[in-house]
Design a protein around this ligand. Sequence first.
Ligand code: SF4
Length: 249
Amino acid sequence: MQMPLSFAADQRFPEVLNRLKAAWPPREEQHADPLSQLVFMLVSADTPSAIALAAYRRLRSRYHGWPAVRDEAPEVLLRVLRGIDKAVEKAVTLPRLLQEIEDRHGLLELEFLAGWTTQAAREWLEALPGVDAMISTATLNFSTLRKTVLALDPEGARVVRRFGFVAPAAPMSALDRQIMDKIPASWQAKEMSSLYSGIHKLAGTYCHKGRPKCAKCPLNDLCPTSKKASAAILQFPSKSQKAVAATSD
Ligand code: SF4
């Protein structure tokens, strides 16, 4: 059966998703409430998953509810968040973030965003301390809000750039919107989180920051970068020039 496509859809998307799911079958999804997801994304930003998860679990077990974290002193939070990237900054930001949600919304929760458009919800979240596009989109897609939006960090951005899903020079802040213009019209939150998961497996397994392993990649016949000579994919550094992967960020 033909998949309905949006006006400007990239027709590779359904096949890309099918192959990613075949290579790395998605796990059963569990969705946190949006405030918990937001806090987790802030804690885990730029931090290896295992370290981030351990810090988040310490946070949850030490405090009974987010109001207690809001009222905590940053120097105490810093001990709980030890090991994560930018721990000092995040220990200051986290209580401010929670306080500002309560100040702006009147309650310390984010369920109200369910009735908002994705764009409006993104703008509201991205005006909060410490919340960037990756944190807002992941909160909207991975949580119980289940918004149809793709979360992209630099690893995922590298893949979608090499794949030609976005303009080569597009800034990080524009990537998810360029992707959303091209996905099939029938796709919803589940497809977006499966795409995110598959893209990150691909980035870690084949589509490395340096020279990608295109010969083994399950998407190589669909990817324009795989057709380039290896010299065009990886430029070796000279004395006066740092290594630059022609197709990387
Ligand atoms: S074919 Fe190569 S460049 Fe394209 S997505 Fe796969 S590993 Fe990355």
